[in-house]
Design a protein around this ligand. Structure first.
Ligand code: MSP
Length: 693
């Protein structure tokens, strides 16, 4: 059977009077080969039985349960399509035992209604409800979400890699805010990492007091993030008094739990990476004068030999707890290859970790409580920022922890996926819920660095390509699993083709006065575009490809949400872009400019073509908000969509097609007629040229 991958769901009502049975649900999923059918049931009050402890879709938070209940009691006559919840793949898998039990019964019910019914479910299920109901359910369970970026070192000005880290977190948190009801609270923090040897040395080199350097560079980050539309709710600086309190308290907890001891640490230290390295991770590099010096194998930064008495954290005790945490939470680190790498690291020995430095050597930091001769290790200091922001050590922090998603670059994975969870476990707290890892931007195939002189200034890019343009570029081209190479030509090509031509062109085609003289959202005609494909009749104008378009756009919000959950924002944008192309194809196919508003035969179809295209644009605009907020605002305003109609939860695509009223029909379009995204001219002064090998 040739079918697109997809899913639909429905509810069969319980027998009247069966008050305990709340609903049952089935999801039909079409894989590349045979169709698979899943079903699950739930009830309002806690039952014992087969599915206890499973997952409930509705009902009291205290204990909804799934169970195998008598499906046979739900007659086929009472089978009716209604809104439901399409479960994500992993949730379906968790429900497998219940599904298996119900599978036969559901197939029998569906079988009675015949294959056509199946295809009806597949093609015209009320999928436009799914995202809303999904998010409502998610939010009932996790009403709070806390996103964080790494805090940025202030030894140098920000570059596009830093902006990328912040943009990923920004898009995730904006998407989350759009998805949830207004009661779902979202917090998003970023900031600057201002202590440590690296900053102490950078200030000395610049001939500045450390505070002066910190103030200056921290301001750069704040300005950049403001210009780039980073919607953080908190900006933390580790030199703030509230942070010192949090770090010293956290230290005290580790100490009181017997996890810190004094010992002599001897080994390599890399000031640029602020980390200790075993001999095996150090190599020698030739200097310009032919002399050789030791560097970190991973980062290539110079290292120096250190021997001193420090406080040491019993990290070795946490190898097994960390393994258990990761094995029990396969989504803790996303994308999966990074999860795997961390488990591999944990297969090796995990030595105890020095967590302080002699103050005579490192004075720029937070002193160890009760021992001024030692300064707390900058990574322990920096990681605690995630707690400081949410009010630690006051109890309020507990409402945000561990509902946390850390967004980090691959170079700081070990600190976030091993040290940080170990510190937290040591302090009696849970590890963070998710760690999203991204790869790096290179320039002409090389790492960006001040010494190579190839650092790309993000503010120049924002000016040149516009804020929305550059945000779109970084998020559309940045693939978390692999490094991405930057050059200007790539930006111009992408933005011209996807934002200016495809999306902007589509909007223009459907709103231009010559095609849409009344400048309204025209009516949808159900006889021209009936909800069942294959109908023939004099007024039926929709073709098979048009149904495919409706199906693609109807499932787009769910697809996009899944990509966000998997930290594949570029895939979400790829999916939107593919639907934009499909919609352009739809408009091209029906050439509304050749239809005549005066003709009673053409007019309903002309209105329908424009209505469908505007509905698609409304979905694209809504879904693009987390990535290109101003452009999406311009687009939605032009369509006449009000601020309260832009949430993902209420994104009911093409309701008239599904037999519901459409609030937009007949509405006047917004007055702003300017270009959505003006084409960019190729620059004669590229910041970075493409390198061809
Ligand atoms: N201060 C530490 C983080 C402490 S978090 C408790 C740090 N700072 S950093 O300024 O060096 O890096 C901040 C973030 O920028 C990291 O996620 C890092 O991966 C990211 N990037 C730095 N260079 C990058 C690229 N070239 N490309 C993409 N992101 C990169 O580490």
């Amino acid at each position: 059977m040739q079918r697109q991958r997809g899913s639909s769901s429905f509810i069969a009502s319980p027998k009247p009077g069966d008050s305990e049975l709340f609903f049952w649900q089935a999801a039909v999923r079409w894989g590349p080969s045979a169709p698979r059918l899943w079903a699950c049931g739930g009830r309002r009050r806690g039952w014992g039985g087969a599915g206890r402890g499973g997952e409930g879709v509705e009902g009291p938070r205290s204990g909804p349960s799934f169970t195998g209940f008598p499906v046979g009691s739900c007659g086929a006559t009472r089978l009716r399509m209604r809104l439901s919840h399409v479960l994500s793949e992993h949730r379906l898998l968790r429900l497998r035992p219940v599904c298996t039990m119900l599978r036969k019964s559901v197939l029998r019910l569906l079988g009675r209604t015949g294959a056509s019914r199946l295809s009806l479910l597949e093609d015209f299920g009320p999928r436009y409800y799914t995202l809303g109901s999904l998010s409502a359910r998610d939010d009932a369970r996790d009403a709070r979400a806390y996103f964080t970026t790494p805090i940025f070192y202030v030894n140098a000005a920000p570059h596009i890699g830093h902006l990328y880290s912040a943009l990923l977190a920004d898009a995730l948190s904006r998407h989350r805010r759009l998805r949830g009801p207004s009661t779902a609270a979202t917090r998003f923090s970023t900031g600057t990492d201002e202590h440590g040897l690296k900053i102490q040395q950078a200030a000395a080199t610049a001939g500045l007091a450390p505070t002066e350097l910190c103030d200056r560079v921290s301001k750069h980050f704040q300005q950049l993030f403001q210009e780039a539309g980073i919607s953080c709710t908190d900006f933390i600086r580790t030199t703030e008094a509230r942070h010192r309190v949090a770090v010293q308290h956290f230290w005290g907890v580790l100490k009181s739990r017997g996890l810190l001891y004094k010992g002599v640490y001897e080994g390599w230290y890399c000031a640029s990476d602020e980390c200790f390295l075993p001999e095996a991770k150090v190599t020698r590099q030739l200097g310009p004068l032919g002399d050789s010096f030791p560097v970190s194998l991973e980062s290539g930064h110079p290292v120096s030999w250190t021997k001193e008495e420090n406080y040491i954290f019993r990290l070795s005790q946490f190898r097994e707890p960390l393994q258990r945490w990761l094995r029990g939470n396969p989504q803790a680190i996303t994308p999966e290859p990074f999860h795997h790498v961390v488990l591999q690291w944990l297969d090796e020995e995990l030595p105890d970790l020095s967590v302080s430095r002699r103050s005579s050597h490192l004075h720029w930091g937070i002193p160890v409580p009760g021992d001024d001769s030692q300064t707390i290790y900058v990574w322990l200091d920096a990681l605690v920022n995630y707690l400081t922001v949410i009010g630690y050590p006051n109890a309020e922090f507990k409402s945000w922890w561990p509902a946390t998603s850390h967004i980090i670059g691959k170079d700081i994975l070990k600190f976030h996926a091993i040290y940080w969870p170990a510190f937290l476990l040591g302090a009696g707290m849970s590890p963070p819920q998710r760690i999203y890892v991204h790869s790096h931007w290179t320039v002409c195939g090389q790492k960006m660095s001040k010494s190579l002189g190839n650092v790309v200034d993000p503010r120049t890019c924002l000016n040149r390509y516009t804020v929305d343009g550059f945000r779109y570029f970084l998020l559309r081209q940045g693939v978390p699993n692999w490094d991405c190479d930057y050059y200007d030509e790539k930006v111009v090509k992408l933005l011209n083709s996807e934002l200016a031509d495809a999306l902007g062109g589509l909007l223009n085609r459907c709103t231009a006065k010559r095609i849409n003289p009344s400048e309204t959202y025209p009516a949808f005609c159900t006889t021209c575009f009936p909800s069942e494909p294959g109908l023939v009749g004099p007024s039926v104008r929709a073709q098979a490809e048009d149904y495919a378009l409706v199906s693609s756009v109807a499932t787009l919000p769910k697809q996009v949400a899944d990509h966000y959950d998997n930290f594949q924002i570029y895939k979400a944008l790829e999916a939107v872009s593919s639907c934009v192309r499909q919609t352009n194809g739809f408009v091209q196919r029906h050439a509304p400019w050749k239809l005549n508003w005066e003709s009673p035969v053409d007019a309903p179809w002309l209105g329908t073509v424009l209505h469908v295209a505007l509905e698609c644009l409304r979905v694209f605009g809504t879904l693009l908000q987390p990535v290109t907020p101003s452009l999406a605002d311009k687009l939605l305003s032009r369509l006449g969509v009000s601020a309260s109609e832009r949430n993902l939860g209420e994104l009911y695509f093409l309701p008239r097609f599904y037999g519901h009223p459409c609030p937009f029909e007949g509405r006047r379009l917004g007055p702003e007629t300017g270009l959505l995204f003006p084409r960019l001219e190729p620059s004669r002064t590229w910041l970075v040229k493409a390198h061809r090998t």
